[in-house]
Write a protein that binds this ligand. Sequence first.
Ligand SMILES: Cc1cc2nc3c(=O)[nH]c(=O)nc-3n(C[C@H](O)[C@H](O)[C@H](O)COP(=O)(O)O)c2cc1C
Length: 158
Amino acid sequence: MAIAITILTGTMTGTAELVAEEVRDRLRAAGAAVEIVPMDGQGVEVFARRGVFLICTSTYGQGDVPDNAQALFAALEAEKPALAHVEYGVIALGDRTYAATFCFGGKRFDQLLSSLGARRVGEIMLHDASAGTIPEEVAVEWAESWLDMLREARDEAA
Ligand SMILES: Cc1cc2nc3c(=O)[nH]c(=O)nc-3n(C[C@H](O)[C@H](O)[C@H](O)COP(=O)(O)O)c2cc1C
């Protein structure tokens, strides 16, 4: 059966959304069943969805998650759902100009989800907006090897 992947997007100016769309298209072409769910208005129940999660978020303020991700982040902190069934990956967008808080949006989601028992698959993808690389290009390449990792883990489990 195709691996089901939910991409949860947190964005202020749309970059993470664009990245998510390109990643979705590539993962679908590789045979995964992928859906983008903007974090707006989502609660902890979103993690009851079948399959694997991909957090795709930028960073704002002083290392904060974007406005549309604030409510979900706060709900996870307050309600502390048990997420031992959850596997996830992280695409973190940021800018090294903000040296002290580089990619903290994605890093903070990673820490929170792992503190709730969820298991990250692969390294966090960090994108630096001042590096001159195109975020969707970097992300699509990262996502292909992430999907390989997910598939290998399933082959080993089978
Ligand atoms: C006001 C402002 C604050 C930002 N703060 C941070 C930050 O603290 N750390 C970081 O790594 N990037 C920071 N960034 C960079 C953004 O996260 C980065 O440009 C990202 O690609 C934007 O993605 P988005 O369009 O999906 O929101 C900031 C950008 C702006 C405009």
